[in-house]
Design a protein around this ligand. Structure first.
Ligand SMILES: Cc1ncc(COP(=O)(O)O)c(C=O)c1O
Length: 446
């Protein structure tokens, strides 16, 4: 008779909590991210070796070289006619806002995002007007946006947070109806789709980041895409070297503006070469991101205190980070901070996420950006009367202060099933000992 193997050990959910000195439930190391593979390293080396024959392999000022090849790849993938490789996602957003706004114009934006979705408006002299988010998709609520439109509104900046596409149909309809520029912040959403179509291809501008935590991680780089020739030429004139604009600007009126009075936002060719090579495995990486996010949700199903977002079918995120909702009613007496503390001690990579809504940060409370400059409010006719208050965006504020939970990251783009199993055990261990969790230090987790 074949030997009967012993049943697997029951998960140690009753062991002492790691926060109280017990063993950690998660012992498997998270895989590193980003990790350039050999093909990507060779692509960078090949670029450097080609530099003596063609300077475009060392500097993208004139266009051509890896920057142009990366632009071609983005145009093909997104089905858009124009693309400009930049040195980051923030610079791409800044260029877009420079094309959309005059000083003192209003731009509507979410307060639940990374700062650069908003700072690009300030940098262009625009006045940010915050609209609330939808509690399930965490992106701009189109009804809240509609309610914030005034005669001074010139743009909507919609972020696809964590890769979750914003409601592009309704936002595009609002932009069309009111003659607004729609700017998509796709920094966290390379490969996300809305109704089957790639984000970044809906608005007047799509702005991407290839920064080191992003779905394409190439050190520092970004991309601006547009479907409009006029906007493309204006964007080139804002951020690209005259060596490039001289041979790209066609419109005679715009040719007058070819100048070195620009922002130096061209892409670094090493990052462009790295990003381009990484595009070859984007589909595979994103397939893992999607599969691991699904698997994580499965493992956490039924765990008290946490639930997945309820996303409509039309949204297909290529998860950059996976957001959850803390459900305090299911864990009476336990705060979000204690819950996160207990899980972090077990080795679970869990965070509260953005923990202050942008309109409540000092820059907006005091209307003093970049160390006290009165701009842009000084450029708005009623700038002195504009006030940013608690309660302006209650859903985003509650998400930041009470219900936000965020997990996974770039490192999830490979097979991490055993790690996910351990994470599932850690959650069940914490859930089985809520009385102990409720006694942890209630100070906010960092
Ligand atoms: C939502 C969002 N927008 C913009 C940016 C800026 O991108 P970059 O760091 O490439 O300038 C980031 C970067 O983290 C981001 O997460």
């Amino acid at each position: 008779m074949p030997a009967v193997s012993p049943p697997p050990a029951a998960p140690a959910i009753h062991a002492r909590l790691a926060a109280l000195g017990g063993p950690k439930a998660v012992t498997i190391q998270r895989p590193p991210w980003p990790w350039p593979n050999e093909a990507e390293i060779q692509a960078v080396l090949a670029t450097l070796r080609k530099a003596p024959e063609d300077i475009a392999n060392l500097c993208s000022a004139r266009g051509g070289g890896p920057g142009e090849a990366l632009e071609a790849r983005m145009k093909r993938d997104l089905g858009v006619p124009y693309a400009i490789a930049t040195c980051g996602g923030g610079p791409a957003l800044h260029i877009a806002c420079m094309c959309a706004l005059e000083a003192g114009d209003e731009a509507i934006v979410s307060p639940y995002t990374w700062g650069q979705t908003v700072s690009c408006i300030l940098q262009a002299g625009g006045v940010p007007v915050f609209a609330d988010i939808d509690p399930e998709t965490l992106t701009l609520d189109p009804d809240a946006v509609a309610a914030r439109i005034t005669p001074r509104t010139k743009a909507i900046v919609a972020v696809h947070l964590g890769g979750i596409p914003a409601e592009m149909d309704r936002l595009a309809a609002l932009a069309e109806k009111h003659g607004l520029c729609l700017i998509e912040d796709c920094a966290q959403a390379q490969g996300s789709r809305y109704r089957g179509r790639s984000v970044g291809s809906f608005g007047h501008f799509g702005c991407f980041s290839f920064g080191s935590t992003k779905n394409i991680a190439a050190g520092d780089a970004g991309m601006l895409v547009t479907r409009d020739r006029g906007l493309y030429e204006r964007a080139l004139l804002t951020g690209m070297h005259p060596n490039r604009t001289t041979h790209e600007i066609e419109d005679p009126e715009r040719r007058r503006w070819i100048d070195s009075l620009i922002y130096t936002y061209r892409v670094n060719v090493m990052s462009a070469a790295l990003a381009l090579a990484q595009f070859d495995r984007l589909e595979e990486l994103n397939a893992w991101r999607r599969a691991n996010a699904r698997a994580l949700v499965e493992r956490l199903r039924g765990v008290p205190g946490i639930r997945a977002l309820r996303l409509p079918e039309r949204l297909d995120p290529a998860w950059h980070s996976v957001h959850f909702v803390f459900v305090p009613e299911e864990v009476p007496g336990v705060t979000r901070s204690q819950y996160v503390q207990a899980l972090s001690a077990e080795g679970v990579p869990i965070f509260t996420g953005y923990d202050s809504a942008i309109h409540l940060r000092p820059a907006f409370q005091e209307k003093r950006t970049h160390f006290g400059r009165g701009f842009p409010w000084s450029a708005h006719p009623r700038g002195g009367e504009i006030v940013y208050r608690a309660g302006d965006c209650p859903v985003a504020e509650r998400r930041c202060g009470e219900t936000g939970l965020t997990m996974l990251g770039g490192w999830s783009c490979r097979d991490i099933a055993p790690l996910l199993d351990q994470i599932g055990v850690a959650f069940r261990k914490v859930a089985a000992q809520l009385d102990q969790v409720a006694r942890l230090d209630p100070a906010p987790a960092v």
